[in-house]
Write a protein that binds this ligand. Structure first.
Ligand code: DPM
Length: 372
């Protein structure tokens, strides 16, 4: 079997055959001593960046870390619904330019904001251990509701996610779903002050990172609302050729999260979905078996096509090594597991396309473009 070998001679040479990692040599004088980490400026983004820097510090105490924060188009375009801006790398572009110009070594993102195809030359060097990936409901501080069912009909629920709207319309046809933009604190302020919204749908992970768990009024089950691809996981993007950074990042990557997220991203990629497509997923690893559940939903909430597939990782066959799997590098993990995860996502997408998911997605894209 062919081995993945690092190209830059100065760095610790790592040779990997099927996850069997052999460290060969280490030249001290060229080692990175100062790492620049790019981040968006929002409170959540800075929290996430600091979280990753803390993890890195535990593994690499000898390195200095510097956080460089910047605004992105997504941050600047607050008045338009997310799905209507039509730019896939909305929250990532400026940061990727800084990476390309070598102004930073790495950038921390919410994995769900990273497209399944990254810009040329960029990879995801690590995905950290996933937090709760589910969606939750936050009610306006004025009312005492505990469940969406209790809201009076025609109450307005704020979310810009077509995925959330398409799924929740099925269970709560009497509610109205309207776009809301801005970072989490801005949204909560609009919820409490504007009187327009009775509730918001948000990711549990974002709220808990900001210590706002007490605002969670109701957790949505996966039957009611499948989460977004990659939700709840943090990803660190870096240059594909920057082997030193890739090696440093490899130590904070979580194997199960990586496998689950590769399967989810492969599923979305095979369906050609972006952040404005109503696709939801759920994944788990139990007893070495990776299970992926996926769904495609029509925007009006009338149609859904779902499926589920499992792969036994123990029985996964050796495979041709790839540079990355949906942009994710995991050279320290068994490659045949990464490959099995990717194939699982592709196979599930094919199963859904056979059941007619292509038409639902096409209609969703047309409807979304027409409302631009
Ligand atoms: C993406 C979506 C949303 C974000 C679309 C979706 C939600 C937008 C909205 C791709 N990015 O989920 O279907 O409801 O108006 C985002 C959040 C986080 C990362 C906030 C959230 C934090 C959680 C995480 C916005 N991106 O979803 O409530 O790191 O996974």
């Amino acid at each position: 079997m062919e081995a993945y070998e690092t190209e830059e001679p100065a760095l610790k040479k790592v040779k990997v055959v099927n996850g069997d990692c052999k460290v060969k040599t280490c030249s001290k004088e060229n080692r990175l001593t100062n790492i620049k980490v790019g981040s968006r400026k929002s409170q959540l983004a800075l929290f996430q960046t600091n979280f990753v820097v803390d993890l890195l510090r535990q593994e690499h105490k000898d390195i200095q870390y510097e956080i460089i924060s910047m605004s992105t188009i997504g941050d600047k375009t607050l008045d338009v619904a997310l799905s209507k801006i039509g730019e896939k790398s909305l929250f990532t572009k400026e940061l990727e330019v800084a990476l390309e110009k070598k102004e930073v070594h790495m950038v921390v993102h919410s994995l769900k904001d990273l497209p399944t195809t990254l810009p040329e030359g960029m990879v995801i060097g690590a995905i950290c251990r996933r937090e709760d990936p589910s969606d939750v409901v936050v009610f306006s501080s004025e009312n005492k509701f505990k469940n969406l069912k209790e809201l009076p009909s025609e109450s307005v629920v704020g979310t810009s996610s077509l995925r959330r709207i398409a799924q929740l319309k099925r269970a709560y046809p009497e509610l109205r779903f309207e776009s809301v933009r801005g970072n989490i604190n801005t949204r909560l302020r609009k919820l409490d002050e504007d009187k327009k919204y009775s509730a918001l749908i948000l990711a549990a992970a974002g709220l808990s990172r900001l210590d706002l768990e007490h605002r969670i009024g109701m957790r949505l089950s996966s039957e009611e609302c499948m989460h977004a691809v990659g939700q709840g996981a943090l990803a660190i993007e870096c240059r594909e050729t920057d082997k030193q950074t890739i090696e440093i990042l490899s130590q904070i990557a979580d194997e199960y999260t990586t496998l689950r997220c590769i399967s989810e991203r492969a599923f979305m990629k095979a369906l050609e979905g972006g952040c404005s497509v109503p696709i939801g997923v759920n994944s788990k690893i139990e007893e070495n078996k990776l299970t992926l559940k996926g769904g495609v939903f029509s925007l009006d909430g009338t149609e859904e096509i779902m499926g589920e597939l499992t792969v036994d990782l123990k029985r996964a066959k050796n495979c041709q090594l790839k540079k990355h799997y949906t942009g994710i590098i995991g050279y320290q993990f068994p490659q045949h597991h990464l490959s099995a995860a990717e194939n699982l996502g592709i196979n599930l997408a094919e199963q859904l396309l056979d059941k007619g998911a292509g038409n639902i997605l096409k209609e969703a894209r047309i409807a979304n473009e027409a409302s631009n």
